[in-house]
Design a protein around this ligand. Structure first.
Ligand code: SAM
Length: 357
């Protein structure tokens, strides 16, 4: 069989080389083969019919999952949230917004299940948003650089791994503090590398904004999850990705929009006060601001789902959210919290789901 490169196929079919790679990784080009980091394609292969469509309803999306482990990630609560969003999805809903996207567990779950015409995601964490944009716009180079890091890191002994990890962390912090836009690609590569190899997969910064998580001890971390990165890149193609406040989503949201809000948890007690996704905190005043914002969007006709911690886990008399969201449906569902690194404090607790439909 004769083969051509992905670049040649891209020229013949008048689509981008990246799109050709995505089609190959989705198994939509028969007999395409990966050689090293490159796809090669039988020279008589036909351009898939819908090669230019970016989101295909029938695409298998089971491989689509968050590319970062993120504190507060909704993996645990996903089936409960899914039950609710499925009941909201009808033909009137054509838009989806997730203003506190984090690792995007719900985003990547919902994205293949409904034919959204427009999707908006945002987060206040500029590093996270940079990673989303790099994956959307330049995934090939990201994969190439991450593969090099993986191949260099995995064969090392534990002491050598430490040297490698802390060098990567220093480089990341140097770019984070003093870097310019030309280093955004490298910053995303380092962020994913650190997230995959650090202790507990956390993103946490100190008061100076420096990423300070120590190395983890995974034997064989999957640093470059190529298949998922390509699938994520493809799924993000037409998504509006914004670094900003949750309220920046206001002009996007209308009566055709389903919105999922997953703000930082209201801390259950002082020791569980995890507020270090960024250098700014999300206190009770912010929770109230969010509730007022939700009221505004609900009166526009948007369908809303919001999740949070349940203060009643530690104080049965604490009805903060019951009062804040008294006009909506409030349900308590079971989840196991993973924020605290101590195994004994990861028991089952209830969390709150608020819906207006
Ligand atoms: C609980 S996490 C979201 C987790 C996400 N659902 C997941 O599956 O990974 C909350 C997110 O809100 C972001 N955030 C905090 N304050 C914000 C604000 N004022 N506006 C927008 N995003 C904010 C944090 O950076 C964090 O990523």
């Amino acid at each position: 069989m004769d083969y051509i490169s992905a670049r040649e196929a891209a020229q013949q079919w008048k689509i981008s080389q990246r799109r050709v790679s995505v089609l190959c990784s989705e198994g939509r080009i028969k007999d395409a083969v990966m050689v090293g980091n490159m796809w090669i394609i039988p020279s008589d292969a036909k351009k898939p019919e819908d090669a230019r469509s970016t989101r295909k309803k029938s695409e298998p999306q089971s491989t689509l999952r968050p590319f970062l482990k993120w504190a507060g990630g909704k993996g645990q609560l996903l089936s409960e949230i899914r039950k609710r969003y499925m009941s909201a999805l009808d033909s009137s809903i054509t838009k989806y917004a997730e203003p506190f996207v984090g690792g995007g567990a719900v985003l990547f779950d919902i994205i293949g299940k409904h034919d959204f015409k427009e999707i908006y995601i945002s987060d206040i964490n500029s590093e996270l948003i940079n990673a989303y944009k790099v994956i959307r716009d330049n995934v090939e180079q990201l994969i190439a650089e991450l593969s090099v890091m993986q191949e260099s890191f995995l064969p090392l002994e534990s002491e050598e791994r430490k040297v490698f990890y802390y060098k990567a962390r220093d480089e990341y912090n140097a770019i984070k503090i003093n870097g310019n836009a030309s280093e955004n690609q490298r910053k995303a590569v380092l962020m994913i590398f650190l997230n995959r190899t650090c202790f507990n997969g956390l993103y946490r910064v100190n008061s100076k904004g420096l990423y300070n998580v120590p190395m983890g001890d995974y034997k064989k971390p999957l640093i470059c999850d190529k298949e998922n990165l390509l699938a994520v890149s493809s799924a993000l193609k037409n998504v509006e990705i914004v670094c900003g406040q949750f309220t920046d989503s206001e002009s996007f949201i209308d009566e055709h929009t389903l919105v999922y809000f997953d703000p930082p948890y209201r801390p259950l007690n002082v020791t569980s006060n995890f507020t270090s996704y960024t250098e700014t905190a999300f206190d009770d005043e912010q929770q109230k601001r969010l509730a007022t914002y939700i009221d505004r969007l609900a009166s526009k006709g948007a369908k809303i789902i919001a999740s949070n911690s349940d203060p009643k886990n530690v104080d049965p008399n604490d009805d903060f959210f019951d009062r804040l969201y008294s006009k909506y449906k409030i349900e308590r569902v079971e989840a196991s919290r993973m924020i605290n690194s101590k195994a004994e404090s990861r028991g089952k607790i209830s969390e709150i789901l608020v819906t207006n439909f």
